[in-house]
Design a protein around this ligand. Structure first.
Ligand SMILES: *Cc1c(COP(=O)(O)O)cnc(C)c1O
Length: 363
């Protein structure tokens, strides 16, 4: 046997198996897998059930070649200017991303080192725990108070370098109190990320706090009120110094040219259309809430485009409703709430169909 061969064999033996090559902290992460099987009426993901904005629909069909053949702007500068105008801040205070998921993930990475912790409310947006683990952080869930506010003292005491808050909160749909948010911002040792994915559906948002605090980052999205979830556009507003760090951690070319152009159209030409759909969503929310109450349910007081309804055996009920052609999002054993289904609001015919399916599932 030649020497070269035995050296090769030895090397093979010393090599770990491919499955051992994964990052240790990734072993506890599973792929995100909500049930997205097609359903006649899908009220499970809080997207815009009234459809795509008309100018975006036109633009997507008629984009010129360079939108397809050339690279986008590295950091979506034109889109930043359109967003800056929409939220009334300077463009240097904006960072964009491939959905606000990307912005959240990049922000968490930018302001922490592996091994540190991320504090977030429970229940809240399920992706946050995954982002914490993806970035090597220890997730620290802090239960919401009985009236669905954040426990400011517990967040401050956590000493976490990154605190995530969400208002209106998903999946409860409820808003946090200004007092609690202000206290956390005033006393937290690190950066506070406030997720306002549903800001358009609430009476008053917290954007003004960004001007007062240089450690607050507010994330927003075009996936919900603006109807662009499939195109993946999100953004954050914060002090230029923090926003620049998020941009570093995010990297270039995250917003495709088509998505950038579509988002600009949605924020400008389609603004009126979007505003009208927000009014529709709020009306539908009131109608759905009232009709659920009339059936004896106790839906939470939503400030979003969805309603959370405590039920018995949510998974079983959602499966029955799915068979009847209506998808809702089930949650099992939510902290302080128990089982619940989350229903995205939509045009009244969809709400009718949803309530019919719910009645069938209950009987
Ligand atoms: C939907 C949602 C997002 C993510 O939106 P994308 O911009 O589509 O990534 C972020 N936060 C909350 C709370 C959401 O519900």
């Amino acid at each position: 046997m030649g020497e070269a061969m035995s050296a090769g064999a030895l090397q093979t033996e010393a090599r770990p198996a491919a499955r051992e090559l994964v990052r240790e902290s990734y072993k506890s992460i599973s792929l995100y897998s909500p049930n997205r099987a097609p359903c006649r009426i899908d009220l499970s993901d809080n997207t815009n059930m009234w459809g795509a904005p008309p100018a975006v629909r036109w633009l997507v069909g008629s984009a010129p070649d360079p939108v397809i053949t050339r690279y986008p702007r590295a950091y979506a500068d034109e889109l930043k200017r359109a967003i800056a105008e929409y939220v009334n801040v300077d463009a240097t205070s904006i960072v964009t991303g491939c959905g606000s998921d990307d912005v959240l993930d990049s922000a968490i990475r930018a302001f922490s080192e592996p091994g540190e912790s991320l504090a977030y409310p429970d229940p809240s947006f399920p992706m946050v725990e995954i982002f914490a683990r993806m970035n090597g952080l220890t997730p620290r869930a802090i239960p919401l108070t009985a009236d669905y506010d954040v426990d400011a003292d517990a967040f401050i005491a956590s000493r976490a370098p990154v605190i995530y808050l969400c208002s209106p909160n998903n999946p409860t749909g409820t808003s946090l109190s200004r007092d609690s948010i202000e206290r956390i911002i005033a006393d937290a040792p690190g950066v506070v990320i406030l997720d306002e994915a549903y800001a358009e559906f609430v009476d008053s948002n917290f954007l003004d706090l960004v001007r007062e605090s240089d450690r607050l980052i507010i994330t927003r999205t075009l996936s919900k009120a603006f109807g662009l979830a499939g195109l993946r556009v999100g953004y954050a507003v914060g002090s230029p110094a923090l926003v620049r760090e998020i941009e570093k951690s995010r990297g270039p070319y995250k917003v495709s040219s088509l998505a950038e152009q579509a988002a600009i159209a949605a924020l400008t030409y389609d603004r009126r259309w979007v505003e009208d759909r927000i009014v529709d969503a709020r009306d539908a929310r009131a109608a759905l809430t009232q009709r659920l109450r009339a059936r004896g349910f106790s839906p939470l007081q939503s400030q979003s485009n969805f309603v959370l309804v405590p039920v018995k055996e949510a998974a079983k009920l959602a499966a029955t409703m799915r068979n009847a052609g209506v998808a809702v999002r089930p949650f099992s054993g939510l902290t302080g709430i128990g089982d619940a289904i989350r229903i995205t609001v939509g045009p009244l015919d969809m709400i009718d169909a949803c309530l019919t399916a719910l009645d069938e599932g209950q009987s």
